[in-house]
Design a protein around this ligand. Sequence first.
Ligand code: NAP
Length: 505
Amino acid sequence: MADHDVIIIGAGFGGMGAAISLKRLGYGAETADIAILEREDDLGGTWHVNHYPGLAVDIASVTYSYSFEPNPHWKHWFARGAELKAYAEHVADKYDLRRHMQFGVLAEGARWDEEAQHWVLITRPVGGGRRKTRTARFLMTATGFLSQPKLPDIEGVDDFAGTVVHTAKWDDGVDLDGKRIAVIGTGATAVQLIPEIARRAAHLTVFQRTPIWVTPKTDFRIPGPVQSLFAAQPWTQRAARRVNSAWLEAMMVTAVLHYKQAKVLNQGAAALAKAHLRRQVRDPETRRKLTPDYSFGCKRPTFSNEYYPTFNRSDVALETTPIRRITPTGIVTADAHGRETSHEIDVLVLATGFNLWDTNFPAIEVIGRDGKDLGKSWRTNGYHAFEGVTVAGFPNFISLNSPYSYSGLSYFMTIEVQMRHIERLFTELGERAATTFEVTAEADAEFLDHMLARMDDTVFNQGSCGTARSYYYTNEGDAVLLRPTSSGSARRAVEEFPLEDYAFA
Ligand code: NAP
């Protein structure tokens, strides 16, 4: 007898969504039936971990939320980080999820026990302590894509004697006022953080290796009467969600997924970003440095009205000469002729993103039937997961952060499709009075072929992406993170995939 029916690893929006689905199906009557294990000290995933200045979502909140749990009281069109954390807490309370959660628990590895027909998971308390073995009939990993902060591979990064902070490990006590500050990185996080830091620093130097496409952000405070309307007439907020989601979907489908057929729309998005840059930055040389040389969409573009004007300030410098090394007192750059320049600083901010491919696929060691190691198999034989959730050889296992799982621009589009997958699968399991499910090798392979064929039209294959480094690409350079179909198609597929694609026993 297993300790739990289901273990879910991760108490962010993905893990909570999975738990809500299971509870809809009748699981979780006893608290121990569902265990949600979380390495952090509270729920909310990325919205608990991240709290750097300027943190906000860049997908409008009417869309970036569960469709079945609208929040009429978003204060801004793009919610700030703290609001999203509060929303996560609200969801946990409303759906009675907290009692299933255990915090400060690090999952290390899981192995399918064929004889006992359950998963055996090894965990240990964060910060040390005794390892523990837990068993569960079903295992679900919901560990997020952007959860392992990446330190830059720059010589001397550990030698800096001043304050060093990574954006995903932000220290709210860090003193920025009147300091000489360097930010390394110009991804979506840096775009939010840089204007905030510039307001407080004596001098800010931004070290850019690759510029990012930035388009205007139509943000505004949602007036009280509109919030009241959303609360009194929920259909109005649903309508706003539909319009906004359709717009995001159109952007994704045309500019990224159908680049081959709709190149002109992709170029239109790039032209919009260039016009935004021209309007907002005075100096032509700075504009040149901030202009990407890869196709729009090769790496995730971002939205901001404040990022570009920051570079008009006399106390902000944009440095594009490559970093040679970090010293105890600052950063040394070296130009093409080897000429070195030293930048003395007090605070070093690493906005250098996340490591996905070495650590997150999968996030823990997962050993399935016949000793098959999921991570090794993915790295050796290629990345695949049926409908972005299940893999042949891994019974009773749902991997929510899988290859080809990310659908659409809002993570909630992905989560809700995955929730529906769980609901169909577990309903069938119940109806057949079966105890195990496993996707067939044929269905798994056929889905991969379908994804690879769809990849042909995308900006990743057809665009000019050579200079766009992004976590979208594996270490081998393949873009296997995003599902190259529309969200509508993903929603239809989850309703229609034949249940014979699974073996039940
Ligand atoms: P990121 O997009 O991976 O950007 C990391 C930055 O650090 C890049 O500019 C990268 O340059 C630079 N970098 C890394 N290593 C370096 C090195 N050794 N030397 C110099 N530069 C280096 O990470 P992120 O900005 O944290 O964003 C990650 C994702 O988080 C976003 O794409 C988005 O999905 C999500 N996010 C979302 C929101 C939101 O509102 N929804 C907000 C923030 C972030 P290269 O490009 O040259 O590698």
